[in-house]
Write a protein that binds this ligand. Sequence first.
Ligand SMILES: [Zn+2]
Ligand SMILES: [Zn+2]
Length: 294
Amino acid sequence: MSHQILLYYSYAHVQDADALAERQRILCAELGLKGRIIVAREGINGTLEGTFENTESYITACSAEPAFKDVVFKRSEGTGNAFKKLFVRVRPEIVSSHLGERDVDPNRITGKRLLAEELHEWIRSDREFYIVDMRNDYEHAVGHFEGSILPPMGNFRELPDALPTLEHLKDKTVVTVCTGGVRCEKASGFLVENGFGDVWQLQDGIVTYMEKYPNQDFKGALYVFDGRVTMAFNREDPSYEVVGRCVLCGNPSEHYVNCANDECHKHIICCESCVARNGGLPLCGREHLLVTGR
Ligand SMILES: [Zn+2]
Ligand SMILES: [Zn+2]
């Protein structure tokens, strides 16, 4: 592996977010790392790419920072161009939930933690529980836990609106899942706050589960917010399944595009041949396409 991508977060109170952001900028520049880091008073959330050696040096250097005390770095293979630049930003939240008054502090209230090993065992037991996918619909489309429930969310901010669709799970055992675990910290806390009795969150996220149990209960690829678009462990294994489907022809595909309609731009899976058939313009298949006459 020549390049490596790191994914991490921590809900640890940050005294001086601006100062931490500045130290991160300097450190990443020194090591030639690119990616995105969000620093807030509530914690830090980052995804970075660099050479294998430099990303490992980054991990070592960060161990001196109190905000990184509980960080678990998720490592995966990079491409060398997963990110164009380095962005380090100070924001009010490390994941924008826009929960406003309904915001939950994961340090105070959050779901119980379930290790990948435990979920693996639960799936193989006769325990009754429901996996709720806290990611966006377009992320779920290319890979997900078999039988998982997807609340109708085009964006994490829509969680409060999607809550009524989960009402029937209030007295059940619920396990929330997301990419690296950070969204579940708030999402699971939000469920607890709203009267859900037995809420668990998949510790360290889907990425960790996939690494430990590739091509098992999580089928397909993992959507990632970098130049790779999707990632998987052991993709070349015959047990790997393409779960994504082209919105137009329904054939298996993992080809993500944005709808070319200017009023739409919906992020969709549309296979190469359908894109080619539309003269290179990916279209989501909604009625508006006919109106534009394409
Ligand atoms: Zn197609
Ligand atoms: Zn469209």
